[in-house]
Design a protein around this ligand. Structure first.
Ligand SMILES: [Zn+2]
Length: 457
């Protein structure tokens, strides 16, 4: 077993191993004189992992095996823990596989109270993977199409072997820790209802100063023994506005609006639950302090409710594509798909909507001969739909003020953050695993992976 040694001895032992490795490489090259660089590199990596894995064990144990001069006290009864012996531990790491010896202590009174001081100091993971190996594996697990593919990628990129199952456990374990943390934070932040107090609970990241946009929507994911279930997502984006360039045809152009630095909260939540997480995300981005706060969404009532409850000052609007698309559908239903009349009616009403004449659009809808139109209820509801949402459809004013009028950020997010990784046939995801994955994917795509990783250690 390893014992503390002087630095000189440690170094001598390492140099001896390094020399041995070099000789082995030479011998290997003698036997493979025609080897390509790739083959030589592969052999060197194998040897290097062997050398470094062993070296790390000796390096650590050469200084410390976890023997304590002043033994700790038992957590349960407060008695002084007693030294019992040494116990080995294998670690699979980025540099190779290492073995450590660790002193351990037991309580003379309590059964099962065992302490490994070195494990605490080195922050060893109970699953035998090093922190670095687990971090790299998790990144692959979140970005690859499957855990098996991620494991393949891990093995190829590090030279260490990992099974798809291990990689899944590591990735989901990280997600699980994030899920617990965000759940706790969301409840704390929401209970406060005062942003100053909430700021103290969360770590502010990528704060937005001038203008923020919040969009919310749902998507579907297949859950094991439950079928396809809806998840909900809120995305917060920084809005940048540039003055438009006047021209002969457009003397007063709209400002140019673009969305940046999206951050996501996504989970298998009820409307009220995502309301809490939207507020938590808003606190992290400091949106309360923004000069302008806008929110384009599809027409769902629950989105309006949670968003305006969180932010009464928010300028809530209906996504332009949804509103104009609905007018096109009405035109087709009323005048026949593909007819000139349908196109003309849609063109005129969409033009009015674009230029802020919402009341005229409502009148145009109300005066259609609905009794003789056969269509789905959703289309038939259009007059009421527009009438009830007039104040959320003042597109001319919204454009002039530099508000985004599209909810593309959340629709894109549903695809890139969740569907890309999680939408698949087969048995589907266990509910708690799906939730963990969404917690982790949200942080990854919000460019906060490392921050979240470090905070979970
Ligand atoms: Zn005890």
């Amino acid at each position: 077993m390893s014992r503390p040694q002087s630095r000189v001895r440690r170094k001598a032992a390492f140099m001896q191993e390094a020399e041995k490795m070099y000789e082995e490489l030479e011998e290997w090259y003698d036997k493979h004189p025609e080897a390509s660089f790739g083959e030589i590199e592969a052999e060197a990596r194998k040897q290097r992992r062997k050398l470094m894995g062993k070296m790390l064990g000796d390096f650590v144990n050469g200084r410390d095996v976890g023997v304590q001069i002043e033994a700790q006290k038992c957590e349960a009864c407060g008695a002084k823990m007693e030294f019992e012996g040494y116990c080995g531990w294998n670690i699979h790491g980025l540099e190779g596989d290492s073995r450590l010896e660790r002193a351990y202590y037991v309580c003379p009174h309590c059964k099962g109270q065992t302490l490994f001081p070195l494990d605490q100091k080195l922050k060893l993971r109970p699953d035998h993977w090093s922190e670095g190996a687990a971090r790299v594996a998790t990144r692959h697990g979140l970005q690859s199409k499957s855990f098996d593919k991620a494991a393949e990628l891990y093995s190829d990129s590090t030279g260490g072997n990992m099974s798809g199952d291990s990689l899944r456990r590591i990735t989901e374990g990280f997600g699980q820790r994030l899920e617990e943390k965000r759940e706790k934070e969301a409840q704390q932040v929401y209970a406060e209802q005062r942003p100053e107090a909430a700021q103290a609970i969360v770590t502010v990241t990528h704060p937005i100063k001038e203008q923020a946009s919040i969009s919310t929507d749902g998507g579907m994911v297949l859950l094991r023994s439950e079928g396809w279930k809806e998840f909900k997502m809120s995305v917060i984006s920084e809005v940048r506005v540039k003055a438009g360039k006047p021209s002969a045809t457009e003397p007063h152009p709209d400002p140019q609006v673009s969305l940046h630095r999206h951050s996501y909260q996504v989970g298998l939540w009820t409307a009220d639950q995502i309301g809490q997480h939207q507020y938590l995300e808003g606190t992290r981005r400091q949106v309360e302090g923004c000069a302008q706060l806008g929110s384009p969404n599809d027409g769902a009532v629950w989105i309006n409710r949670i968003t305006t409850t969180n932010y009464p000052q928010i300028v809530y609007s209906i996504d332009w594509a949804h509103a104009s698309g609905r007018l096109s559908s009405v035109g087709k239903a009323a005048f026949g798909d593909g007819t000139t009349q349908a196109q003309q009616w849609a063109h005129e009403t969409i033009d009015r909507l674009w230029h802020g004449q919402v009341a005229e659009v409502v009148t145009a809808l109300q005066t259609l001969d609905w009794e003789h139109i056969s269509c789905l209820d959703d289309i038939r509801n259009s007059p009421a739909y527009f009438e009830n949402r007039q104040s959320n459809m003042e597109y001319a004013r919204l454009r002039q003020m530099g508000f985004p009028i599209g909810s593309g950020a959340v629709e894109g997010g549903i695809n890139t953050v969740v569907h890309h990784r999680m939408k698949r046939q087969g048995r589907g995801w266990k509910r708690n695993h799906a939730q963990s994955m969404m917690a982790a994917l949200g942080e990854l795509h919000s460019d906060r992976f490392l921050l979240a990783w470090q905070a979970s250690y």
